[in-house]
Design a protein around this ligand. Structure first.
Ligand SMILES: Cc1cc2nc3c(=O)[nH]c(=O)nc-3n(C[C@H](O)[C@H](O)[C@H](O)COP(=O)(O)OP(=O)(O)OC[C@H]3O[C@@H](n4cnc5c(N)ncnc54)[C@H](O)[C@@H]3O)c2cc1C
Length: 516
């Protein structure tokens, strides 16, 4: 008897499980190849045949899953606890209420058109999946200026421009190397022509004089700018190696823009990061139930029964995609296997904080158009707005505490809102003397205190970038008709890209289940 496609997949599933079915479907052209390429993800049209799927959570992961399943003909319901979609993508605008556990509520006082991206704020140009949704759904993008030579660093109580730090470090290291070469100290390593070529290269690379001294010519900035007629300009004198190395925290800003996912150019949606999530939401809006927190995840026959608020309702479906962050999922009663319950338990989530002020754009008058300022104070980073250039006012991020330059998160989170604002004002005053009085309408978000998130993402040895172990393998496994997604099930942690790609991976598993 001839074997039908479905029959073949069922037999494959019986022998090799969902993984084999998935590979079989891929070989038969029923699924796209995994998105190692920039090809848009797409499920086979009509694959759903009206089957019911319930998706837990309307963050990027849940919205991507809902969008793709709807297009493929599935009957989709999304349950979302908040009164909004997008989860950790949270763009706060004037009039929005900011609720934090154990803290007084704030109401954002920004004028129309201004916003703070309290969560996700930048998109690497290599994040093809999330940028692909922006392209497909016509979400306008603009460049997000991630690094700016005119922005400032405030380390060890001294303020310098980024350009001086970057160029003086390069110059002083080049000088040391050149002098070592001239003394013959590297003759073992560099021979003949290599030695001459390296010495010539260092001269240009590091702005070196013939004797190997670093003599800045202007790359690091000017004590007196070049100008009209006879104004030649006077380059800044170099910072010494001792001054440059005084604060070890300053090493991070020097290489920050070289990390793969921080390299220029970065992108952002025009009008706020939540524009991509909202474009997805527009495609599935009737399927999304807001204010519907999941209270229990149960198995019923071959399907699922999801209990949820308001009013302890229940929803039954053939399949479920659970995108809830692990730190929250562990508290929801469920019928998961003991192995799954153990894997979910006790995974700490990184806290992170932001502070935003509305202000006249005094930084642009100093030539700072976008980019990051760095400090060794608990507020860690300033972020200047990347858009609306030269308009009267903008939103200055006065703190982005990601834990990069010290262990500031707990200290900053423990502060009152006013104390956090004051730390930011002091640093901004040092960087921009006389301007902190212009900072208005402050708001602050601590992700550790944010309901329905309670953190940024998992910080745990089992979530390292190297091949992950048994716990991660367990987290990826479906529980019967329940498959799992969310940024935590990706190697692109703390990024929307990871959330989108985890949804794609979960959909492949779901497709293989449905086909088997
Ligand atoms: C401070 C910060 C900075 C970041 N910076 C960037 C950046 O620059 N660029 C970038 O791309 N990414 C960034 N990220 C990461 C990015 O925002 C996340 O990785 C991504 O949004 C996670 O999506 P998700 O769908 O996996 O999870 P979530 O967005 O957390 O979605 C889960 C959803 O489940 C809901 N939920 C929770 N409990 C329940 C329940 N019981 N019942 C029903 N629903 C529930 C939540 O409300 C939420 O909507 C940042 C995140 C933070 C917090």
């Amino acid at each position: 008897m001839a074997l039908t496609r479905r029959g073949f997949l069922e037999r494959l599933g019986a022998v090799g499980g969902y993984g084999a079915v998935y590979l079989g479907m891929e070989a038969m052209g029923l699924l796209n190849a995994p998105p190692a390429s920039a090809e848009p993800f797409e499920l086979p049209r009509g694959a759903g045949r009206g089957r019911k799927v319930v998706i837990l959570g309307a963050g990027i992961s849940g919205l991507v899953a809902a969008y793709e399943l709807k297009r493929a003909g599935w009957d989709v319901t999304v349950l979302e606890a908040r009164d909004r979609v997008a989860g950790r993508v949270w763009t706060i605008r004037g009039g929005d209420r900011i609720v934090q556990n154990g803290r007084p509520d704030q109401v954002c006082g920004f004028a129309e058109g201004h916003y703070l991206n309290a969560g996700a704020a930048r998109l690497p140009s290599q994040h093809h999946a999330i940028l692909g949704y922006a392209r497909r759904l016509n979400v306008p993008l603009e460049v997000m200026v991630n690094s700016n030579r005119s922005a400032k660093w405030d380390f060890g109580g001294r303020v310098h421009h980024d350009r001086q730090m970057v160029n003086d470090v390069r110059g002083q290291i080049s000088s040391l190397l050149a002098k070592a070469i001239d003394r013959g100290a590297l003759d073992q390593e560099l021979r003949g022509g290599d030695k001459t070529a390296m010495r010539e290269f260092l001269g240009f690379y590091g702005e070196l004089a013939r004797n190997g001294d670093y003599v800045p010519q202007g790359r690091s900035g000017y004590a007196e700018d070049p100008g009209g007629y006879t104004q030649t300009g006077r380059a800044l004198p170099p910072l010494t190696m001792a001054e440059l190395m005084a604060n070890r925290g300053a090493g991070l800003p020097l290489v920050f823009e070289e990390f793969f996912d921080q390299q220029t150019p970065m992108m952002q949606p025009v009008g706020g990061m939540d524009r991509i999530a909202h474009a997805l939401y527009e495609q599935v809006r009737p399927s999304v139930r807001l204010n519907s927190p999941v209270t229990a995840i149960r198995r019923r026959g071959n399907g699922v029964r999801i209990e949820h608020g308001p009013g302890n309702q229940a929803l039954e479906a053939d399949h479920c995609i659970c995108t809830l962050p692990l730190n929250l999922l562990q508290r929801i009663p469920n019928d998961f296997s003991p192995a799954k319950q153990a894997a979910i338990r006790d995974i700490p989530y990184l806290a992170s904080l932001k502070v935003g002020f509305e202000a006249p754009r005094f930084w642009e008058e100093e030539g700072i158009y976008g980019g990051l300022g760095w400090t060794d104070q608990p507020n860690e980073n300033l972020i200047y707005p990347s858009g609306g250039w030269n308009s009267p006012r903008g939103v200055l991020v006065g703190a982005y505490v990601a834990g990069w330059t010290g262990d500031h998160i707990e200290q900053f989170q423990a502060m009152s809102h006013e104390q956090r604002f004051q730390v930011c004002r002091d640093v901004i005053e040092r960087m921009h003397p006389g301007k902190s009085r212009l900072l208005a309408n402050p708001i602050t978000v601590a992700w550790g205190l944010t309901p329905w998130s309670e953190g940024v993402g998992p910080v745990h040895a089992d979530f390292g970038q190297e091949a992950r172990g048994a716990r991660y393998a367990e987290l990826m496994k479906p529980e019967g008709p329940i498959v799992f997604a969310g940024e935590h099930l990706s190697y692109v942690l703390y990024w929307q890209e990871g959330a989108a790609l985890s949804a794609h991976a979960a959909l492949r598993v779901l497709m293989s289940q449905a086909a088997a």
